[in-house]
Design a protein around this ligand. Structure first.
Ligand code: SF4
Length: 91
């Protein structure tokens, strides 16, 4: 199985009331470009109008964004609480 197929079988329980990752307002574009390339779940995107698109719902909880950019991009980064978050099906 390739990586996309393996990731596709993971299960997510999303905490709609309490995002575990929140971005700062107007994140630095150079820092954001790092995350667009580095996030393995491809959650950081630029829209056609240049605005930032981010959806924490598919987060793999790898911590890459936190290590790469920390508070230059992230207002909040925590693991999801309780039983929320990703359930890996392939290690
Ligand atoms: Fe992407 Fe990993 Fe950051 Fe989640 S923790 S948003 S998967 S880089």
């Amino acid at each position: 199985l390739n990586v996309d197929v393996k990731l596709g079988v993971n299960k997510f329980r999303v905490d709609e009331e309490n995002p575990h990752i929140v971005l700062v307002d107007n994140p630095d574009r150079d820092e954001l470009n790092k995350l667009i390339k580095a996030c393995p779940a491809n959650l950081y995107k630029l829209a056609d109008d240049g605005s930032v698109r981010f959806d924490y719902a598919g987060c793999l909880e790898c911590g890459t964004c936190r290590v790469l950019c920390g508070d230059t991009i992230l207002q909040k980064w925590e693991y999801p609480q309780g039983t929320f978050g990703i359930e890996f099906r392939f290690g």
